[in-house]
Design a protein around this ligand. Structure first.
Ligand code: PCA
Length: 209
C-alpha cells in the first residue's frame, strides 16, 4: 500500500501529510507493508515521482493525502477532475489546463468512501465525504493515480483524503485555525488502511495472517 503526503506550500512551513506519510512508512498492516513517501508541490515533479512510485512499488492500494487549510475534519474525496489550476512551488502556473490531454473529465475514487467515512466517525474522528478535491496538486495526483489504476489495473484501488492543519503547528504558529492533533490523523490512516485492505475483493491479506 502506497501512502503519499505533500511538502509544505502556500506560505506554510509544515504540512501534516508529510509527517503522516513518513510516520506510516514501513508499518505492516494486515500483512501488507505501507510505503510512505512525500511528493513535491510541483506539477512536473509530482507527476513523475508518483508514476515512478506506482510503477516500482506496484501497490494494490494507493492513498494520497493533502492539506486543506481551514478545513475542519478529514475529507475523503470522491471525485478527481481533469483540470489543473494554480501556481506550484516551482512557479509553474496552470490555468484550467487538462491533466491528461485525452483523459475523461473525471474519475471516481475507488476507495470505499462511504464506509471509510463511517469507520472514521465510529473511531471518534470528524470525517466527511467530499465531492471536490480542488484544482491544485491534490486533485492532480488523485487524477493521475486513478488514471494509472484505470489504464494499467495497478493499483487496484486508489483515492485521496484531505486533512486540516495539525494542532501542534497551529498552536506553535499562534493562530486559531481549525485543526486536528497528529495522533488523530495517524489513527485516521490506520483505520483507513484496515478498512481498505479488508474491503479488497478476495482479500488475500487475511489469508496471509
Ligand atoms: N494540499 C494542496 C496541494 C498540496 C497539499 O498538501 C491541495 O489541496 O491541492
Amino acid at each position: 500500500m502506497l501512502v503519499t503526503g505533500f511538502e509544505p506550500f502556500g506560505g506554510d512551513d509544515e504540512n501534516p501529510t508529510s509527517i503522516i506519510a513518513n510516520g506510516m512508512n514501513g508499518r505492516v498492516m494486515n500483512g501488507v507493508e505501507i510505503v510512505g513517501r512525500v511528493l513535491p508541490v510541483s506539477y512536473v515533479r509530482a507527476k513523475s515521482s508518483l508514476i515512478d512510485l506506482l510503477h516500482s512499488i506496484k501497490p494494490d492500494v494507493y492513498v494520497g493525502l493533502g492539506l486543506a487549510p481551514g478545513s475542519t475534519g478529514v475529507a475523503v474525496e470522491k471525485v478527481a477532475l481533469n483540470i489543473a489550476r494554480g501556481r506550484d512551488n516551482d512557479g509553474d502556473d496552470m490555468d484550467d489546463e487538462p491533466i491528461i490531454e485525452d483523459g475523461p473529465a473525471a474519475y471516481f475514487s475507488t476507495l470505499p468512501v462511504r464506509s471509510l467515512v463511517e469507520a472514521l466517525r465510529s473511531a471518534g474522528i470528524p470525517a466527511r465525504e467530499s465531492y471536490h478535491a480542488g484544482t491544485y496538486l491534490c486533485n492532480y495526483v488523485m487524477y493521475i493515480g486513478l488514471r494509472i489504476a484505470a489504464v494499467e489495473g495497478v493499483p487496484r484501488v486508489a483515492g485521496f483524503m484531505h486533512f486540516p492543519y495539525h494542532s501542534e503547528y497551529i498552536s506553535k504558529r499562534g493562530s486559531a485555525s481549525p485543526s486536528l492533533p497528529l495522533s488523530m490523523m495517524f489513527n485516521s490512516l490506520i483505520r483507513t488502511a484496515e478498512v481498505v485492505l479488508e474491503s479488497l475483493v478476495g482479500n488475500p491479506y487475511k489469508a496471509n495472517q
